[in-house]
Design a protein around this ligand. Structure first.
Ligand SMILES: [Zn+2]
Length: 184
């Protein structure tokens, strides 16, 4: 999953630096960190995902159909209000979890009656984004523009539920034939 880079809650962590910290500052920071650990536990912590350092703009990744292959980069989960962006963490967990349960598409690409093509990569990602949106609608806005565009494109051809369902099963050919049948 690719995301736009965003501002983080550095100010909370800066509160831990020694200069002029009063007990009050520290207890505020401690409260934030306690909440952060709970937030992590209740989102990405529920999966067996690894926390890895991923390339810039990549929040998480997983191999198709490979249980336990999902990973995320905690740097992408920094929130603006709390330490952890809970919406983002929930969305990321749902997205990568979806990939681990997903079958490889049955075609590299399909061409619709209109001549438009749908690439396997876009079909794979659109399904994961649909699953992500159900769980954490707000996290969609933080996807990279490329991902937002491919999602909008694939969902123009079918309902989000259908995109999710067929993408999970890797049925790109069937998706294309349903679109063609509807257009006829
Ligand atoms: Zn993805």
């Amino acid at each position: 999953m690719q995301t736009e880079t965003h501002e983080s809650a550095r100010d909370v962590l800066d509160g831990l630096e020694p200069q002029g910290s009063s007990e009050g500052d520290l207890s505020v920071a401690a409260t934030h960190l306690e909440r952060a650990s709970r937030d992590i536990e209740e989102t990405v912590g529920k999966t067996n995902a690894l926390n890895l350092r991923l390339p810039e703009g990549v929040a998480g990744q997983a191999r198709l159909g490979a249980t336990g292959s999902d990973s995320f980069d905690a740097r992408s989960l920094e929130g603006e209000e709390g330490v952890v962006d809970v919406e983002m963490a929930k969305g990321l967990a749902a997205h990568e979890q979806f990939h681990t349960e997903q079958s490889e598409p049955d075609a590299e690409e399909v061409t619709l009656g209109t001549g438009e093509k749908i690439m396997a990569h876009d079909f794979i990602e659109a399904g994961a984004i649909a699953a992500q949106e159900k769980v954490a609608p707000g996290s969609i806005r933080k996807l990279s523009l490329g991902y937002q565009a491919l999602y909008a494109k694939v969902c123009r051809f079918g309902s989000k539920n259908r995109v999710e369902e067929l993408s999970r099963k890797g049925e790109l050919r069937r998706f294309a034939s349903e679109i063609t049948a509807q257009a006829a």
